[in-house]
Design a protein around this ligand. Structure first.
Ligand code: ADP
Ligand code: MG
Length: 298
């Protein structure tokens, strides 16, 4: 090392030392680094990352659930670990995230928003009478499914943002806790994903949805209906599920009559019989319930 390098190094160390000393004026920082039981000269080198760790833990104190987490990597917390003569910083899943993972471990999602994945029975709005018959049906469903592995699904129709998807996702999370497996597909996007996988794992995706013990087809009617989506995707999925008596749920902004109309219109013309057949299957699989309330979207 030549003189100049030594000088730069020394200068650098003094700067580091100063930032460490000033970081220690924060009681939380001081407490945190003391608990680590790592030598001070090493702590000095990593002051800035250690400050990030302390900052994240301060946020943790205000956070009550996974959805509140505002960390750089949501649900994870930056954590130091001494390895040889270095400190490595890794993201470790926090316990609130673990709880959330446990709640959803039995659910397969295709193109579903995160807020829906976190839906919980406890958080359901209770101010609203419109939800009562639905929750009653869910309770009956859980009982019947536990005993017989069967049960009628719901065709939940109603206005945009009324909380249809959230309600059924909350049911599936509840079932997941009892180790019951289910799948949620956001139908319009699922069709696009499926189409894009023609050369790839198309059959695998299709089969996993078709055979899922419990299925939610979310937002049916919001897709661009084509004869492919109706006759090659929806129809065989429903046929199979009807024969195997696999519980199937739907949400839609349409009621069944409107959906029938939607399904009969494709670019190949109007095909009432094919649409009728699908509606018949949906009727066999579900009870239709409508949820009309004010929008829950912010
Ligand atoms: P829909 O499927 O009827 O269009 P969503 O289920 O997507 O409506 O709900 C709309 C918004 O309201 C979402 O952001 C969802 O997270 C929230 N939301 C709906 N129902 C509840 C509920 N019971 N508790 C908490 N948040 C809810
Ligand atoms: Mg929805």
């Amino acid at each position: 090392m030549n003189k100049l390098d030594q000088f730069v190094c020394h200068d650098h160390f003094v700067n580091l030392n100063q930032s460490y000393i000033s970081a220690c004026s924060d009681v939380d920082f001081l407490k945190y680094v003391k608990n680590l039981k790592i030598e001070e000269d090493l702590l000095i080198k990593y002051t800035s990352s250690l400050m990030d760790c302390v900052q994240e833990r301060k946020m943790c104190q205000k956070c009550s659930s996974f959805s509140d987490c505002s960390h750089q990597v949501k649900g994870y917390v930056l954590t130091p670990e001494k390895v040889d003569k270095r400190i490595l910083f890794t993201y470790i899943a926090c316990s609130k995230y673990q709880k959330y993972l446990d709640a959803t471990k039995n659910i397969t999602y295709f193109d579903v928003a995160n807020e829906i994945k976190r839906a919980s029975f406890q958080d359901l709005y209770k101010d609203d009478k419109a939800r009562v018959p639905i929750i009653k049906h869910f309770k009956e469903f859980i009982d019947s499914y536990k005993k017989t592995k069967k049960g009628k699904g719901v065709f939940l129709t109603g206005s945009f943002g009324s909380g249809k998807t959230y309600l059924i996702a909350a049911l599936f999370n509840e079932l997941s806790k009892k180790n019951i497996k289910s799948t949620i597909i956001y139908y319009p996007e699922f069709l696009r994903t499926l189409k894009a996988s023609f050369q790839d794992d198309y059959q695998e995706k299709f089969d996993s949805v078709k055979r899922s013990p419990i299925l939610l087809i979310d937002d049916i009617g919001a897709e661009n209906c084509s004869s492919w989506s109706r006759d090659e995707v929806l129809s065989p999925i429903l046929q199979y599920r009807m024969e195997e008596e696999l519980p199937t749920f739907f949400t839609s902004n349409f009621n069944m009559r409107e959906l029938e109309e939607h399904l009969s219109n494709t670019s190949s013309g109007i095909e009432k019989v094919k649409a009728r057949r699908i509606i018949e299957r949906i009727k066999q699989l579900t009870v239709e319930i409508s949820l009309v309330t004010k929008s829950r979207r912010h």
